[in-house]
Design a protein. Structure first.
Length: 343
């Protein structure tokens, strides 16, 4: 059996077990796959078709290694994409329409559920930023489908008015046709799972965000404007992963206190030069009483500072915040009221 034989194949690090059999069947094409599928029992057939539906992209190098081990040769070609459509096409002419319908009902139901579960791997801030661009009714539908614990974290990232409106819409949400849900799923697959999960899984977006984070402010804005013009969705994802000095006021009060306990007062004074009063007051409220008096006095009586020194101080503080978040000492996207004490 192909299912059993595939488990011994060692050519692919990213595929295992039945996934290898699924990739091989797609590589073979319909005629040869059809001949092999006739030897599968009912349970194996459902198992293999379900994996094909969820397989996603399989790169040529991965296939080359897999086929080399299994057959000793491989003709170069394009990457493969496993999907429910591929399952249905592969089964046509092999099974009766009734048997195909039975298999596909199992495949699509399992695939749809897995798709909503995979959305929980998207960072909450990125998902929240995505939802703010959608119509509230569409956003409400999406949130109603995802894991409740993850949904609560995403909702905590949303503006208050949007969050409340979405909750009202979710309360009265009507049944949605399957075709409409499929459209939403397809968009989420393209915008979040494909562009975020795969890239973040390989640290591509995280690395790029880290690079942009360390640029000078004018360079950062120029790069982001360029990306927004060419790849608006990708730029939105990157913004969700970035953190600058201006974002410090969005931190929970406790996180700000932890951060500024690590920052020398002279650096705080320098970074606050040229900021507006609301921002300044937010930072001052995070300092210990003695440090607050020193910083307040220096800002009131001190002279101007060079712009490059101010920007360097701000960058140092933002980098410290990122370092603390990386160590798990603070959260960069915590809700302002999540740790409120209740009687």
């Amino acid at each position: 059996m192909v299912l059993a034989a595939s488990k011994s194949v060692q050519g692919s690090k990213s595929l295992k077990g039945v996934e290898k059999a699924a990739a091989l069947l797609l590589t073979m094409g319909k005629p040869l796959a059809a001949r092999l599928l006739k030897h599968f029992d009912a349970n194996e057939l459902k198992q293999i078709t379900r994996v094909v539906a969820e397989l996603g992209a399989v790169t040529v190098p991965t296939l080359e290694g897999l086929v080399e081990e299994f057959a000793g040769q491989f003709a170069n070609g394009v990457d493969l994409m496993g999907s429910p459509d591929e399952v249905e096409q592969m089964l046509e002419g092999i099974l009766s329409p009734e048997q195909i319908a039975d298999v596909m009902s199992d495949v699509t139901g399992h695939t749809n559920q897995a798709m909503w579960e995979r959305l929980s791997n998207v960072p909450e801030a990125v998902f929240a930023g995505y939802l703010t661009k959608e119509h509230p009714q569409t956003a409400a539908l999406i949130v109603s489908k995802i894991n409740p614990a993850y949904a609560a974290k995403v909702m905590g990232q949303l503006p208050r008015d949007l969050r409340n409106e979405m909750m009202r819409r979710m309360l009265n949400i009507a049944p949605v046709t399957e075709s409409a849900v499929k459209i939403v799923q397809g968009q989420l697959q393209d915008d979040l799972l494909s562009n975020v999960s795969r890239q973040i899984g390989s640290d591509q977006n995280a690395r790029l965000a880290d690079i942009i984070n360390k640029m000078e402010r004018d360079q950062m804005e120029d790069v982001m404007q360029s990306l927004a013009a060419a790849r608006p969705r990708a730029a939105e994802v990157l913004r969700g992963l970035m953190f600058t000095f201006d974002d410090i006021v969005k931190l929970h009060a406790k996180a700000r206190s932890v951060l500024f306990d690590k920052i020398p007062t002279e650096l705080v004074v320098l970074a606050l030069k040229g900021t507006d009063m609301a921002f300044r007051d937010s930072i001052l409220s995070s300092l210990a009483a003695r440090a607050r008096r020193i910083v307040d006095s220096e800002l009131a009586n001190g002279g101007p500072a060079l712009q490059r020194d101010v920007l360097k101080a701000r960058r140092t503080i933002a980098d410290t915040a990122l370092e603390l978040a990386g160590n798990g000492e603070i959260e960069l996207n915590s809700s302002e009221d999540e740790e409120e004490f209740l009687d």
